[in-house]
Write a protein that binds this ligand. Structure first.
Ligand code: PLP
Length: 399
């Protein structure tokens, strides 16, 4: 008692408490809450995957594997990436990781040094900034504004790039914006990176969930191995708890990623890798059915929120809607709290994803349909009741 100890690390002190976590803590104390804050699929992991994991554990998948993953899983991921990219991707280009999150950590620790700059999306998934903080590189934020469909603006990227810029991180489809980059923009970002000799870390974890147009991998336009693609099993196969993801990069970069992964992880879980192999062998119809279900629920979100003027941009992928509640207030930490207290609807404040999220809350439509519809009705009612006259224009406030 009372003993003064030395300060914990700069990292431990500098990583902000997650806004999502704060909301979750409050939610636990209330009853009758409609949960639209959770960012994970509401489907169970497919039964065949679970069975194969039992089987694998009984038959010896209980030991270390190679750091970059088992040869079987890397081959299966490479085959999948080959189909997506229309060229042969070799298993040497695959590094299996213990989740997308951990893959991101490996990628950014492999690419960044103190003093380097990396372009990050705002709004964007909060872990990007936290991991960049750990690398001691400098995040430089680019906006993804409602009036341009929540995607990056190449002219702005050109203004932000400096000789110290080492990489750009893109997230397509986006969490929290659910935007999907048009093909031309994906190509434009790759050309921009070539012009300025930047690496691209392309977070494509939601690649299987686009509703109106196909997902375009950044690697499609990569001519010289500057793209590192992040994907995984959490979203596509409803396997968030299995902690399995992967990176796809040129063989030389993949070797370097593996070197960095060694001391961070040793290797991904053997049982989860066997489960991942079974997931990749599932008929495509399984993932198609999940996509169709998300699309139906996306349509419900649009039908309820668009007429009320709360949805500036239609969600095109992933399973989120970025809802404009600026009529109620720009500080959506406060607005989301009020929404929770007054209407018992849990969402995530837009500010959790950066200053660009002011005036918005994120909802996840990976929620049972009748719950979702009731939640949407309550949000519309809340906005109508609380709208103030002096509405601050969202786009202008974030320039
Ligand atoms: C944009 C984005 N990238 C990466 C991840 C990482 O997912 P996981 O660590 O479960 O593979 C998530 C999870 O929510 C995400 O939203």
């Amino acid at each position: 008692m009372g003993v003064e100890m030395k300060a914990r690390s700069r990292l431990a002190q500098g990583i902000p408490a997650s806004g999502i976590k704060k909301m979750r803590e409050l939610v636990r104390t209330l009853e009758g809450v409609i949960h639209l804050e959770v960012g994970e699929p509401d489907f169970p992991t497919p039964a065949a995957v679970i069975e194969s994991a039992f089987d694998a554990a009984r038959h010896g998948a209980t030991r270390y594997t190679p750091t970059n993953g088992t040869p079987e899983l890397r081959a299966a991921i490479a085959a999948r990436a080959s189909r997506r990219r229309g060229r042969a991707v070799s298993p040497d280009e695959i590094v299996v990781t213990s989740s997308g999150t951990q893959g991101l950590l490996v990628a950014l620790f492999t690419l960044l040094d103190e003093g380097d700059e990396i372009l990050l999306p705002d709004p964007g998934w909060p872990n990007y900034a936290s991991i960049v903080f750990a690398t001691r590189a400098t995040p430089v934020l680019y906006t993804q504004r409602a009036d341009t469909g929540f995607v990056p603006d190449l002219a702005e990227l050109r203004r932000l790039v400096t000789p110290r810029t080492k990489a750009i991180l893109i997230n397509n489809p986006s969490n929290p914006l659910s935007s999907v980059f048009p093909r031309q923009l994906v190509e434009g970002v790759v050309r921009f990176a070539e012009e300025h000799d930047l690496y691209i870390v392309s977070d494509e974890i939601y690649e299987d969930f686009t509703f109106d147009a196909p997902h375009i991998p950044a690697a499609l336009f990569d001519t010289d191995g500057r793209v590192v693609t992040l994907s995984g099993f959490s979203k596509t196969y409803a396997m968030t708890g299995w902690r399995l993801g992967y990176l796809v990069a040129s063989p030389s970069l993949a070797a370097e990623l593996t070197k960095v992964e060694g001391p961070l992880l040793s290797c991904p879980s053997a049982v989860s890798q066997s489960a991942g192999l079974a997931a990749l062998a599932l008929p495509e119809a399984e993932v198609d059915a999940m996509r169709d279900s998300y699309r139906r629920r996306r349509d419900l979100v649009v039908a309820h929120l668009q007429p009320a003027g709360l949805l500036p941009s239609v969600p095109r992928g992933a399973f989120y809607a970025f809802v404009d509640l600026s009529s109620v207030g720009m500080d959506t930490n406060a607005v989301a709290l009020r929404l929770l207290e007054e209407e018992r609807v849990a969402t995530t404040p837009g500010e959790s994803f950066g200053q660009g999220g002011r005036g918005f809350v994120r909802l996840s439509f990976a929620t049972e349909e009748s719950e979702l519809v009731e939640g949407l009705r309550r949000i519309v009612r809340f906005a109508a009741r609380n709208a103030t006259e002096a509405r601050e224009p969202v786009a202008a406030s974030r320039t």
